[in-house]
Design a protein around this ligand. Structure first.
Ligand code: 5GP
Ligand code: ZN
Length: 107
């Protein structure tokens, strides 16, 4: 399968990793739209968060916990945790992932 996030999670494509957990990795978005913009990506391939939630809630919980940890590491206070789901919602990479964004990066 030709999936860019599968390749990044397996180390076959480079990325700037921020943190990792048993089931997920976190790396900087290649095209950041906020001062903090990190992607949290499960190691296993699911098309989107809806599929992940049904198939593997344990992995989804791990993705969210890693996202919160990334926010604590990278940001001073408020943050967003967002899953774009489906073409019309702006999803462009069809391997489930969370965006962690913040306007208040840690120095
Ligand atoms: P989506 O639009 O699917 O919610 O989010 C996909 C995100 O992946 C976008 O914000 C885009 O900038 C990011 N992205 C796409 N290709 C790459 C890549 O090769 N490396 C990294 N680090 N981010 C990528
Ligand atoms: Zn994938």
């Amino acid at each position: 399968m030709d999936c860019i996030f599968c390749k990044i999670t397996k180390g076959e494509l480079p990325a700037t990793f921020v943190a990792e957990s048993e089931h997920a990795v976190a790396f900087n978005d290649i095209s950041p739209r906020q001062p903090v913009h990190v992607l949290v990506v499960p190691r296993v391939h699911y098309t989107d968060v809806a599929e992940l939630a049904v198939a593997n809630p344990e992995v989804l919980a791990d993705v969210i916990q890693l996202g919160v940890r990334v926010a604590e590491l990278t940001s001073t206070s408020s943050f967003r945790l967002q899953f774009n789901t489906g073409l019309e919602a702006g999803q462009t990479v069809f391997h489930a992932h969370a965006h962690i964004t913040s306007t208040t990066p840690r120095a």
